[in-house]
Design a binder for this molecule. Structure first.
Ligand code: C2E
Ligand code: MG
Ligand code: MG
Length: 757
């Protein structure tokens, strides 16, 4: 089994000789000198050094009468060392007993790494001198091997130092952390090719590990440990990071810390893992440095040194990297809000513009808070700072996940949105931002901050970040000039653009106070008396940016946003005052119908506000009829029920508007006596020809009469309809046939004429 080319086996036995280079084929004059010497001194026919490398025996420096053998030969396993050398000494292989053989062990630090030996083809005795000669030669060979080992060791240390220097150099240059760690690991693996090194980084916040560098480990393994939560028994690295102590697993196959994935790690060729925590200068664990290998084994002391040195350097690299990251972050972020600053905004925008193409535009939204200076003055700087932080958080949560929010300076923010389809999408984002900003601020009662937003939309051709910002900024100024609290698009001419529904919502806010709302009145005619007995107030809105908008469109939006409450109050006040004046000037008692929405009557203070309005306008309660749609009345809501009772107590009349279009419940009608019902124009429209409509209208009129309610038919457009309604004994009618809704002046003129006539 091999780990990305790592050599199998215990390196301790193998490496001693291998590291000396003696197992190579080259002739070694240093050794040959000693085989020559022992052959001469003992008068033997052959001398050799036999190296013991693991299980095999390798003949090095074989010296016979014929001279030195040039090739390195492995002694066949079938031959003993004596048989081999006696054979080499004579013409044909001899048995041990036919010749003479003498050897002396060559040892290094108590470990036998070979023998130096002499042999003769014929038996002969060996004297003390022979043994001494061999002993001296063995010592010399041992010294030679030690020298070579020392020099090899020195080379490796030199190489390791070079690698350490390289690592320090990279750290000093501020190279990417990955590069530093890769060099560190390469150095360790060059130093000891039998291990695969790996650095994992600890994310302190989440207590999870993430691979930093481990080029010799299987990528699957690195992927598997990415995000692992550390703990006392979570693998070797997880445990080392958890305890902050060196953790050794000799054999992953038996260590309980690896139990959950034991089979898998063994299968991918990992058996040992030794892990050294990497610490910061303060002693916090930053990660771990681990050495893996394909066979179970304990680390040697030199491995521990290797890991300790490596972990120290990795620690410096990681700390340095983090400091640098912090510096870079600080240089690109705003200290107060933590948002990217102006520099970062320009960078981001330049990148975004490079990425964009014709179908996917980049929207730049330049946001400037309205009236921050005065807030600063009233709230004090600390509170204003807090408010800026609050607003920056709101902006960040109002944008989409991929959008970018930066603080341009002071009270200016920039949002960059990529992949924007069209104006509509950009406008929607702009309105979302306006809405998030204008939410009431906590602790600052009745203080609402608004903003002016300039939007520039770009396809990235020929425009740089500076120009894009300039455009958005200039559109923002237009937004300020045209009344603040709005979005303006930069288009050279700077159109004030709006996403329809959001635009309605935005423009509706305060519209009644800006004088954008007015009322028209439509007469209601009593058929028996053939005269106008009532008028219905109908709201009209002329928005400076959206033009004339129908109540059918804006009322539901006003209901959704709550704007209906102040708007409804305005309608009531305005209409009561108007009709009070008209009645006075004409000497009439025209009834007034005012439409109210479900939200208004569900508001606990509604009846009281009606009472105050009537009082203020000096308009008699009994002339006021509130027109409420069925859906509003059907709501089983206690506030609504109470409001209705309170209104009744005031003497105000309630009419069920658009009868037949909701879920008209007869039970409900039975329990809640109403004053009037308005038959919806959709039924009136079918008269006189549609027998079903006719039947329904007839039934509603009969039912209303039975319940004591007045019936009004709405939307009367033709004589045919009018005749039918008369025949069905409908009391009141309203519709274009009799009069269109019109400004009060027009109506007063008509009524005045009639009075005069
Ligand atoms: P509504 O209360 O049923 O008002 C009658 C609607 O029918 C008015 O539309 C009126 O202009 C229209 N109409 C009148 N005669 C005819 C006719 O002969 N033919 C046709 N086709 N239509 C006729 P408008 O003014 O567009 O108002 C629509 C709705 O908006 C109103 O329906 C009412 O529900 C709501 N609305 C209007 N003003 C207010 C208001 O001040 N507050 C509330 N909450 N809702 C209002
Ligand atoms: Mg109505
Ligand atoms: Mg109606």
């Amino acid at each position: 089994m091999s780990l990305n080319g790592k050599r199998d086996g215990d390196p301790r036995a193998a490496s001693t000789l291998e590291r000396t280079g003696l197992l190579g084929a080259a002739s070694e004059p240093e050794l040959d000198r000693w085989t020559d010497a022992v052959r001469r001194d003992t008068g033997a026919a052959a001398a050799a050094i036999l190296l013991l490398d693991g299980g095999r025996v390798v003949a090095k420096s074989l010296c016979t009468v014929a001279g030195h053998a040039s090739e390195l030969t492995e002694v066949p396993a079938s031959l003993s060392r004596a048989e081999y050398l006696i054979g080499a000494a004579g013409s044909k292989p001899r048995s041990e007993h036919e010749g003479a053989y003498l050897e002396h062990a060559v040892s290094i630090d108590g470990q036998t790494v070979g023998v130096i030996c002499v042999a003769d083809p014929a038996p002969r005795p060996w004297g003390e001198d022979d043994r001494r000669a061999l002993g001296t030669a063995a010592d010399a060979v041992s010294t030679e091997i030690r020298l070579r080992l020392a020099s090899e060791q020195a080379d490796r240390v030199q190489e390791l130092l070079r690698s350490h220097n390289e690592v320090h150099e990279l750290i000093a240059q501020g190279a990417p952390l990955k590069d530093v760690l890769m060099e560190l690991i390469a150095g360790i693996e060059r130093h000891d090719p039998s291990v695969a090194a790996c650095v994992v980084l600890l994310d302190q916040e989440s207590s999870t590990l993430h691979p930093g560098a481990g080029p010799s480990l299987p990528p699957d393994y690195l992927a598997a440990i990415d995000g692992v939560v550390i703990g006392p028994n979570v693998g070797t690295c997880g445990s080392a990071a958890w305890s902050g102590r060196l953790t050794i697993t000799d054999d992953m196959a038996t260590d309980p810390k690896w139990a959950p994935i034991r089979d898998w790690v063994v299968q991918i060729g990992l058996r040992h893992c030794w892990s050294m925590p990497i610490k910061s200068s303060e002693g916090d664990v930053l990660g771990t440095l681990a050495l893996y290998g394909p066979e179970p084994r304990e680390p040697l002391p030199e491995h521990l040194t290797l890991m300790a040195d490596g972990a120290r350097m990795a620690g410096i690299a990681i700390e340095r990297h983090r400091t640098l990251e912090r510096l870079i972050h600080d240089a690109r972020h705003d200290g107060l809000t933590g948002l990217p600053n102006r520099t970062a905004i320009f960078e981001q925008l330049d990148d975004a513009l490079l990425r964009t193409h014709s179908k996917q535009q980049v929207a730049v939204l330049f946001i400037d808070l309205d009236g921050l200076k005065s807030l600063n003055d009233t709230l004090g700087h600390d509170r204003a700072d807090e408010m800026l932080r609050e607003i920056s958080e709101r902006l960040s949560s109002a944008v989409r996940a991929d959008d970018f929010v930066g603080r341009f300076g002071g009270d200016e923010f920039v949002v960059i949105a990529e992949g924007v389809k069209d104006d509509e999408e950009a406008a929607e984002l702009g309105f979302r931002l306006l809405d998030s900003i204008s939410e009431p601020l906590p602790g600052v009662k009745s203080t609402t901050v608004t903003a002016s937003i300039g939007i520039s939309l770009m396809t990235g051709t020929g425009i740089d970040a500076r120009e894009a910002i300039r455009q958005a900024d200039s559109a923002m100024y237009t937004a300020k000039r045209s009344g603040r609290d709005r979005c303006v698009f930069f288009e050279g001419s700077q159109r004030i653009r709006t996403g329809r529904r959001l635009a309605l919502a935005r423009e509706l806010r305060g519209a009644e106070m800006r004088g954008e709302m007015r009322l028209e009145f439509q007469p209601v005619t009593d058929l028996a008396a053939s005269e106008t007995v009532a008028v219905e107030a109908l709201l009209r809105w002329s928005s400076p940016s959206l033009g004339e908008v129908s109540p059918v469109e804006f009322i539901p939006v006003a209901e959704d946003t709550g704007a209906i409450i102040p708007i409804g109050a305005w309608v009531l006040r305005e209409s009561c005052e108007t009709i009070a004046r008209v009645n006075e000037s004409l000497g009439r008692s025209l009834e007034l119908g005012v439409n109210v929405s479900a939200h208004q009557i569900a508001n606990p203070g509604f009846a009281l506000s009606v009472q105050q309005t009537l009082h203020h306008a000096e308009f008699p309660a009994e002339l006021l009829t509130l027109e409420i749609t069925e859906t509003a009345l059907m709501r089983p809501d206690t506030v609504t029920a109470r409001t209705l009772r309170e209104l009744e107590a005031l003497g105000v009349r309630i009419v069920l508007d658009d009868f037949g279009t909701g879920f008209s419940s007869l039970c409900w009608l039975k329990d809640h006596p109403l004053d009037a019902i308005k038959v919806d124009q959709s039924f009136v429209g079918g008269l006189p020809d549609d027998p079903r409509d006719r039947a329904i209208v007839a039934a509603v009129i009969d039912m209303a009469k039975a319940l004591g309610c007045t019936v009004t038919a709405e939307g009367v457009e033709t004589e045919g309809q009018l005749t039918t309604l008369r025949a069905l004994d409908c009391e009141r009618v309203q519709g274009f046939l009799l009069a269109r809704p019109a400004p009060i002046e027009q109506l007063t003129a008509q009524l005045g004429e009639r009075v005069a006539a």
